[in-house]
Design a protein around this ligand. Structure first.
Ligand SMILES: [Zn+2]
Length: 256
């Protein structure tokens, strides 16, 4: 059985000390492909650096809505240049975060930077990886008005049935994280809403550690806990969920 973790941050400093060991252990455990996701210039460069060393790791580059303070046109140019490397398979994570940002001017700046990066994705024929939090209406509005030709992924998708419905309608993939294993979460309806050809699994390592490991640093080996939860809800074997989500990830990231 092979698993594909569609969203992780080995570019985070929490992995500085044992990065190589974790990557090797992850691969040995059966997670044979994973994405290292950028969120600002520095982390995007580091994602690409890590992906360049291993043929089973790929990168995304982008500026997240929580990292737009002081960003300039030249930063966006830099993202566009980095994204031309063939290990970069998407622009992300990009999007809107109204949970952490309450100021209306800054929210409007988030929308502008989001749109600019959708345009980069379209120029380079790449999909996008979307971060959206407490911003369902505006996220869908942006995606309708600024169509990303290759669509992309709602990463750590909020368990919001309306968002999932609209995202699916626009052609996006829905990626679930360890959040669906949390004891207080109610993921059954959201998971069942997503057809099998659009569902993905991720860890968002080092964050969002699934049950039963909550409180520890997360790494891609735990993506199996997310797959297990989906297999229970959808009444499939773990092997089926692994295969389905692996093939979906290869399709959306265009890995042949
Ligand atoms: Zn992330």
């Amino acid at each position: 059985m092979e698993l594909f973790d569609t969203h992780s941050h080995y570019n985070d400093q929490k992995f500085d000390e044992d990065l190589e060991e974790i990557i090797n252990n992850t691969y040995e455990s059966g997670v044979t492909k994973f994405m290292c996701i950028g969120y600002d210039i520095k982390s995007s460069k580091k994602a690409l650096e890590i992906a360049s060393k291993y043929d089973f790791i790929y990168a995304t580059v982008g500026i997240s809505p929580n990292d737009i303070d002081g960003i300039s046109k030249s930063d966006l140019n830099e993202i566009e240049i980095l994204a031309q490397n063939n290990k970069v398979l998407a622009i992300g994570e990009i999007g809107l975060d109204y949970y952490w940002e309450k100021d209306e001017d800054k929210r409007s700046l988030q929308r502008k930077i989001f749109i600019n990066q959708i345009e980069i994705a379209n120029r380079l024929n790449l999909p996008i990886v979307i971060h959206t939090r407490d911003a369902y209406i505006d996220t869908i509005k942006v995606l309708k008005e600024h169509v990303c030709k290759n669509t992309g992924i709602f990463h750590c998708c909020p368990l919001n049935n309306e968002l999932i419905k609209d995202g699916l309608k626009l052609g996006y993939y829905i990626s679930f994280s360890g959040v669906i294993t949390f004891k207080n979460s109610k993921p059954e309806i959201p998971i069942n809403q997503v057809p099998l050809d659009r569902i993905l699994i991720e860890t968002d390592s080092p964050y969002l550690t699934p049950e039963p490991y909550r409180g520890k640093r997360n790494d891609s080996r735990n993506v199996i806990e997310v797959a297990k939860k989906i297999s229970q809800v959808k009444n499939l074997s773990l092997e089926e969920v692994a295969k389905i989500t692996y093939d979906n990830a290869k399709r959306v990231y265009k890995i042949s």
